[in-house]
Design a protein around this ligand. Sequence first.
Ligand code: SAM
Length: 925
Amino acid sequence: MNAVEIEEAISALAEKPFDRAEFPFAFLEAFGNKETTLKRLRSGASNKSDLGGVLQTNNIHIATCDPGQVTANLHALKSSPATARAKAKFALATDGATLEAEDLTRGETIACTYATFPDHFGFFLPLAGITTVAQIRESSFDIKATGRLNRLYIQLLNDNPAWGTAARRPDMNHFMARLIFCFFAEDTEIFSKPLLFTNTVQTMSASDASNTDQVISTIFQAMNVKQPERAAAGLPRWVDAFPYVNGGLFSGSAEVPRFSKIARSYLLHIGSLDWKKINPDIFGSMIQAVAEDEERGALGMHYTSVPNILKVLNPLFLDDLREKLQDAGDNARKLLNLRNRMARIRVFDPACGSGNFLVIAYKQMREIEAEINKLRDEANRRSDIQVTNFRGIELRDFPAEIARLALIIAEYQCDVLYRGQREALQDFLPLRAENWITCGNALRLDWLSICPPTGKGVKVQADDLFGTPLDQAEIDFENEGGETYICGNPPYLGFTWQSPEQKAEVRNLLSGRTTSSGFLDYVAGWFVKAAEYQEHTRSVAAFVATNSICQGQSVSILWPILYGLGSDITFAYTSFKWANLASNKAGVTVVVVGIGRPGGSPRRLYQHDDDGSLVVREGPSITPYLTLGPRVIVDKRASPISDLDVMEFGNKPSDGGNLLLTPAELPTLGLNASQRSRFIRRIFGSDDFINGGVRLCIWIENDDLEQALGIQSIAQRIAEVRKIRLASPDKGANALAKRAHQLKLMRIGKRSTIVVPGVSSERRPYLPVGLLEARAVVHNKAFALYDAPIWNMALIASRLHWVWIGTVCVRMRTDFSYSNTLGWNTFPVPNLTLKNKADLTHSAEDILLAREMHFPATLADLYDPAAMPANLRAAHDHNDEVLERIYIGRRFRNDTERLEKLFELYGKMTISAHKAVKPQKGASG
Ligand SMILES: C[S@@+](CC[C@H](N)C(=O)[O-])C[C@H]1O[C@@H](n2cnc3c(N)ncnc32)[C@H](O)[C@@H]1O
């Protein structure tokens, strides 16, 4: 269950008459406990309470009690030995009139009337495994309002199926946006009387809801007509109290969906919520989910938290503004300059959703401006910061509308906060009619026309927001010398997830620059557009993006293009998990990357340490792999850059499965012992090697072919392989039909083979490389060094190599995907002396011996980070010690230092091979 569903369930529970016996079970059910769990608790089988209540292990101890006994009961619950034994996280006591509870882990308590306990639902969310509770608690109003609006939305679609069609969805969404405005306005004195909208609907519409749509429609029409003109427009007197709103919000059709009695009662119920508490930072993201069929399940819980948004905005420009404020002290002139500068700053989010980045940027800037005004003794001054300077592009119409509404609400709330309610109201209506959030496709639109650097950027003049072409900017803008900050969290989609249109958009954008656009994530398009924009304007851009744009092959495709356009990395946050409130699972791994013109102030790299604390380091430049250091791009190579042995792909069968078999299938071949030893070998792919699986393959040297064909079962399999290869559309496969008795490649070690799994979990602290005996075959899902000296294995088993592979090779979710051309052939190793090689040979042997001591444990067991045996850890540690001393004469302090050294060395080795990417020269930014 998500937070919205839980809030709804406990609200429904609180509305029912209190049932003392049933309450604990109903409460647990509201938090997602299944019927079978509740049954076991009811029967007493899993109820551990020693006080006649209900105690669920690792969760909560609940007691219902006689009137007036709540505090005493809570005390008893807390001190009960059963509570401690069962490791309960919460204690809760209620008599149906009041309710008290304690979070036993954090020591926080609540005490409230029974009817209002749902207001504290955030307090109990750890019971549902939702741990991002602090954010939810701050957003409890928004969660409640989203849940209620969602119910209304669904009911209206049930009552008006036609409004759910693609053609009418935009009307439905406009209607919801208008409703939200009315609810907010009637609770914030924007309307002249509290609850003006809700009460008018209640009194003027029949209780059977037959004319609710007409009443609402009349109110909407009134708000689009100035008061003196209303009589002429045929509007009734009872709408006189509604103000003229403008802003395009109530222009266009005033048609309203029909209301059933249930929908009407939902609407009145929503009106009774206190909309003053709406938080435009996140409300928009939540409410937009209501209108999206596929998003509704999560009800906006995917929204981006404010701290994450600030990871983009602070380094992008807010930190600088705050520093300037600090520097200005109480110098009135400097403060004025800063205020004037801020008035000309534009923030532009070209994938703005419902505007959360813009809203946060606006609110933060207003906070800084308010401080300036205070220091200049101009506390009540009207703001110079225009909401229309917070521009956006959004593909979908509803979020685009909500973004504008969210900014309007943010403006009002900031005015109330910094200037007072009276001043805020005075300036609020009528709303401005410009369209500064553009609904359209950011990869197709011209950003310079939507957010022009200077001059008048108006393409279309109109006063009807919904009726005019929404992909046109409609705003006057004179901003000579102003700064533009581009920000956002554009969509991340790997190539396989992109629609044909999206693939075409990226291809078009990159045409003439690369033929490999197919390897890039969709988000790369925003970086390229931003770099193109930066060719013409003074601007810096920072986006949240999947970390794949700074790893593996993407780097060598995307970054030369951005560098070629004259942009450079200005700051970055290295990989971190982007968790959202939809679940307690880890989210995607993302980075934040800022790009601007090269030169200027030092580049800052933000990185979370192992203990989670933030470390900020500075340097003259940041690599596209997000380390401090000069620009360096690691390209695939056909042979090792260092003096290492050749690593090859394993053997690809191309056999339709006929040359491979499981041990259970072996008897079906009917071979005798000598035939078995001649023709059957073990074959290892990544999975077999790591997890100890056994697979076999038929291995026939050419000289043995005649003998093999004499064995009917083998001859049959060979015939099948031939058939499959001949039927293949691939000419290479057809040619292989001539030697259908063999795998595509027949590479094998004469003495031994070092095997490197093609895929390995990033959780393992080392790559599980290994050594196979002479007869073993390596499958193409792994890599092999045939008959190579064992010191090569010491390199692959090192932490240095782990770090390198994790950075320069592609990652698939949480797995490393090894590549010989990109990872091994590029691995920079200092020249190794004979002594170095001998030492590394010993340390590799020690690793193998340490593993042997745990026979028959698999490599998956041995490299489980939580259970890695101490002797194996020690062997790896010694291996690292030997190797790292060869690099720098001591151990590296951490992986960051390892990576930076590797890039430095790689840079030197490639410069000597004339392969380095030359830095661009340009203005600072
Ligand atoms: C990951 S969301 C971020 C929205 C918002 N900033 C947030 O944090 O919730 C990406 C947004 O980009 C929009 N989008 C997707 N493709 C787009 C395109 N080609 N042009 C403009 N917007 C697009 C989506 O509709 C979505 O609202």
